[in-house]
Design a protein around this ligand. Sequence first.
Ligand code: PMT
Length: 409
Amino acid sequence: MLQGKNVVLGVTGGIAAYKACEIISGLKKIGANIDVIMTRSATEFITPYTFQSLTGNPAIVNMFQSPKYWDMEHISLAQKSDILLVAPATANIIGKVAAGIADDMLSTTIMASNRPVVFAPAMNTKMYENPAVQQNIQTLIKRGYHIIPPKGGILACGDEGQGKLQEVSVILEELQKIYRQELQGERKDLAGIRFLVTAGPTREIIDPVRFLSNHSTGKMGYEIAEAIVARGGEVKLISGPSSLSAPKGADFLSVETAEEMFEAVKDAYPKADVLIKSAAVSDYRPKIREAQKVKKESREGEIQLTLVRNPDILLEMGKIKAPGKIHVGFAAETEKIIEHSKEKIQRKNLDFIVANDVTEEGAGFAHSTNIVYFIDQNGEYSKTEKVEKSAIAHEILDRVLEKKFPADK
Ligand code: PMT
């Protein structure tokens, strides 16, 4: 998403300033161009030359320094940038922006920008909890600035609490999400389309303390639901157990077992134009659900667990698929990915399938990224790079739109 885009990174004076180097290296991997603006206090923690070496661009500190490295005026970085990130953001820069003060290169650039500005605060816990800082953060949020909250832990000063700069991987993921949402917010191309999405694992109960499940976190499906909301679509998200928060704006239903998911999908299906089944549904469940905990003391040696087949939800919905509806399946494979996926498209009556090789690094379960094959009914396929699941989500939705409103060839 940020490939080839201009990111302005504001670095302010805190002990986490060195983490800006890691942020730059992450942004470079994505393919972004980076310009660094430092506050005077940041230079007490790290030098402009470090950033110049990492980005290949001079790091700007002084608003009035001679423009020998760049040929534009001092607000031009604000105009050139696609997104601004301030990380670490001190209480001082947050306070200044909230109060409308522009007295150095960074605060001036923020003030002159009409692009998304994202703050990743890092400071002592007591400072972070100070009502003045909290109020300033609220002011920024109300004005449309974005905040990536700090995490908790033991701080450099020895205090324990919230105030540590968020993990760099989380900052990069959030930054891309915010950028995408800003872009997508401009196009509500899914308005009027009703989606039914499933996500997460299912749990098949053995007894009151044990269950069978899989590694799905729900991330893939939740990203799809978020992307639908961002693009103006309507979405019902039916999720197996997940620690993720229900996406804002989605009609959310939590279920536990495959059978419960099947009932919920059948209920919601008539109102949906598009079904996307990213859930990792258990194919089997224990034949008997024990009412009490199975005690090892009461059984000698090995025990047998008899499993019976669960309904294949996607297959069943494929049998009653109404004309005009679009069904998108997922396939989690470990071998013969194309062959197995092509078979699933036909058998489950799908418009296309999103297949991931769950043994590939950065793909499948529990990663923030995925690598997928989009495979069509006619067997044509393409493979993505390793990208954030949010980017895969948008690509799926683009493909749904192509199916729904095919361009004249
Ligand atoms: O949740 P994450 O941690 O982000 O991980 C994402 C993911 C790996 C779970 C996701 O990318 C994925 O691959 N989901 C599908 C997993 C799966 O069950 O694949 P499958 O090949 O076993 O099933 C094929 C399709 O049939 C899927 O759309 C599945 O939802 C559906 N199915 C399967 C079995 C069943 N009993 N009922 C179904 O509806």
